[in-house]
Design a protein around this ligand. Structure first.
Ligand code: NAD
Length: 427
C-alpha cells in the first residue's frame, strides 16, 4: 500500500500534507510512503528528514506512480495524478464548490476524492477536523498580525515614564478561530470584547475572560450542527446598530464570522471603518469568503484615508506553515487509521461509515456526494445527509459547467488563493 505526497502546486500554499512524524506513523500502519522532493521545504521539513523517517523522496511522477492513496492540502489537478493506481484515494481539502468540473474529472478517471473539510463535527471525528485545526491557528495568527500592524503596545504598561493603556480588541464571531483570537489577545494583555449570533457562544467568550456583547433584539441565531444561520434584515439592522457604537471605540477588530454555504456576512460597513481612530487595525479572517468588512480587499493589506489598516490575508493558516502542516498531517493520519487494516496492511474501507459517507465525493467513476452536482454524472448510491458545506460559495457553482474530460486535458488546479497577501494598498 503506497501513500504519495506531492508538493503543493497552488501559489502561496506553504503547507504540506505529511510531516516526518506522520510519515513514521503511516509506515507504522503498514504503508510505504513516497514524498515529492521539496514538498516540505516551505513548511521547513527538509527532504532528508522525510528520508530519515523512512519515506522515499523523488520526482513527482515516481512519487505518484502506483500510489493507492495521495495525501494533499489542496485538491491536486487530475493531470498531476497520472500513473496512480486506478480507484486510488485522493485525500485533501477538495473545495468542490465552483469546481464541479474538476470533481467530475476525478470521477471520470476513476479516482476516489475525499474532502476532509466535509468531516462531520462529531466527537469521534474531532481528531480529524481540519477546519478546526486550521481555524485555531488562524485565530491566533490574526492577533499576531494585528499586533504587528498596531503602532502601540497591547498590554497595559506601567513605567516610570507613565502608564500605557491596554489595547481594546473586539472579536466578531466566536467560533473556533474567534475563541482562539480572544484567548491570544487576552494573553497579550488586551481588553477584549466579542460578539456572536449564537447565544451559546456567550458562555465560551466569558470563560476566556472577555466580555460578550449581543443585542437584545437577537436572542439566538443558532442554525443546524452548531453553526449560525443567516440573520433576517431586522436582526442585521439591530446587530449593525450595536456594532456601530462599539467599533468606534476599538483599537483592533478581528472578524471571523461565517455561515455555511453562504458568502461571509458583511458586519463592518465603510462608515464603521471611518468611525475608527487612525492607527486602528482590522483583521478580516473571512477574506477568502468575501470578507466581513465592506472595504476588505482579499489578499491585501490596505490603509483607509482615515488611517485604519485592514488586513485581508488569504490562507492565514499557511502563514504558520510548520504548525499548520503538523496539525493537518495528524488529522489525515487519524482519518487514515479508520480506513486501513493494520494487520493486513491494506485499505479496508467501510463505505457505510458516516465519516466516509460524508467526505467521499467521487467513487467508482461517479460523483456520489449529494451536494456536488455535475451535469451528466450519475450518483452511485442514494444521497446521504451531508454536513453543511463550509468551504463556501455554493452560489459560485456553475451548474452548466461540463465535467472535465480526460486526465491530460483537465484544467490545472484552481488558481492560488493565497498570492499577493503582502501587497500593501490604500483604499
Ligand atoms: P464558523 O467558521 O462557521 O463561523 C464562525 C463564527 O461566526 C461562528 O461562531 C458563527 O456563529 C459566527 N457568526 C456567523 N454569523 C455571524 C454574525 N452575523 N455576527 C457574528 N457572528 C457570526 O464556525 P466554527 O468556528 O466552525 O464553529 C461553529 C460551531 O461548531 C461552534 O459552536 C463550535 O464550537 C462548533 N464546533 C464543534 C466541533 C465538534 O464538536 N467536533 C468542532 C468544531 C467546532
Amino acid at each position: 500500500m503506497k501513500i504519495a505526497v506531492l508538493r503543493e502546486r497552488a501559489d502561496g500554499e506553504t503547507r504540506v500534507a505529511a510531516t516526518p512524524e506522520t510519515v513514521a506513523k503511516l509506515i507504522g500502519l503498514g504503508a510505504t510512503v513516497a514524498i515529492e522532493a521539496g514538498a516540505g521545504d516551505a513548511a521547513r521539513f527538509p527532504d532528508a528528514d522525510y528520508a530519515a523517517a523512512g519515506a522515499s523522496v523523488g520526482p513527482a511522477a515516481a512519487t505518484v506512480k502506483d500510489a493507492e492513496i495521495v495525501l494533499a492540502v489542496r485538491r491536486p489537478s487530475v493531470g498531476s495524478l497520472l500513473g496512480i493506481t486506478p480507484g486510488a484515494l485522493v485525500v485533501g481539502i477538495m473545495d468542490p464548490y465552483g469546481s464541479e468540473g474538476e470533481i467530475g474529472g476525478y470521477a471520470k478517471v476513476g479516482l476516489t476524492a475525499i474532502a476532509m473539510e466535509f468531516m462531520p463535527r462529531i466527537t469521534r471525528a474531532q481528531v480529524m477536523d481540519v477546519l478546526s485545526s486550521q481555524a485555531n491557528l488562524a485565530g491566533y495568527q490574526a492577533v499576531i498580525d494585528a499586533a504587528g500592524a498596531f503602532d502601540r503596545a497591547m498590554p497595559m504598561m506601567m513605567t516610570a515614564a507613565g502608564t500605557v493603556r491596554p489595547a481594546k480588541v473586539f472579536v466578531m464571531g466566536a467560533g473556533v478561530a474567534g475563541l482562539q483570537a480572544i484567548a491570544t489577545a487576552k494573553r497579550l494583555g488586551a481588553v477584549v470584547t466579542a460578539t456572536d449570533v449564537r447565544a451559546a457562544a456567550g458562555e465560551q467568550v466569558e470563560s476566556l475572560g472577555a466580555k460578550f456583547i449581543m443585542t437584545d433584539a437577537l436572542k439566538d441565531a443558532s442554525g443546524s450542527g452548531g453553526y449560525a444561520r443567516e440573520l433576517t434584515q431586522d436582526e442585521q439592522a439591530a446587530q449593525a446598530a450595536l456594532v456601530a457604537g462599539h467599533i468606534a471605540k476599538q483599537d483592533i477588530v478581528i472578524t471571523t464570522a461565517l455561515i455555511p454555504g453562504r458568502p461571509a456576512p458583511k458586519l463592518v460597513s465603510r462608515a464603521m471603518v471611518e468611525s475608527m481612530a487612525p492607527g486602528s487595525v482590522i483583521v478580516d479572517l473571512a477574506a477568502e469568503r468575501g470578507g466581513n468588512v465592506e472595504v476588505t480587499q482579499p489578499g491585501k493589506v490596505a490603509t483607509t484615508a482615515n488611517g485604519v489598516t485592514i488586513i485581508g490575508h488569504l490562507n492565514v493558516p499557511g502563514r504558520l506553515a510548520t504548525s499548520a502542516s503538523q496539525l493537518y498531517a495528524r488529522n489525515l493520519v487519524s482519518f487514515l487509521e479508520t480506513l486501513i487494516d493494520k494487520k493486513e496492511k491494506k485499505l479496508a474501507i467501510n463505505w457505510d461509515d458516516e465519516l466516509v459517507k460524508a467526505t467521499v465525493l467521487t467513487r467508482g467513476g461517479a460523483v456520489v456526494h449529494p451536494n456536488i452536482k455535475v451535469p451528466g454524472a450519475t450518483p452511485l448510491e442514494a444521497p446521504v445527509a451531508a454536513d453543511p458545506a463550509k468551504t463556501g460559495a455554493a452560489e459560485k457553482s456553475t451548474p452548466g459547467e461540463a465535467p472535465a474530460a480526460a486526465a491530460d486535458d483537465v484544467t490545472p488546479a484552481e488558481p492560488a488563493k493565497t498570492g499577493a497577501a503582502d501587497k500593501k494598498d490604500s483604499i
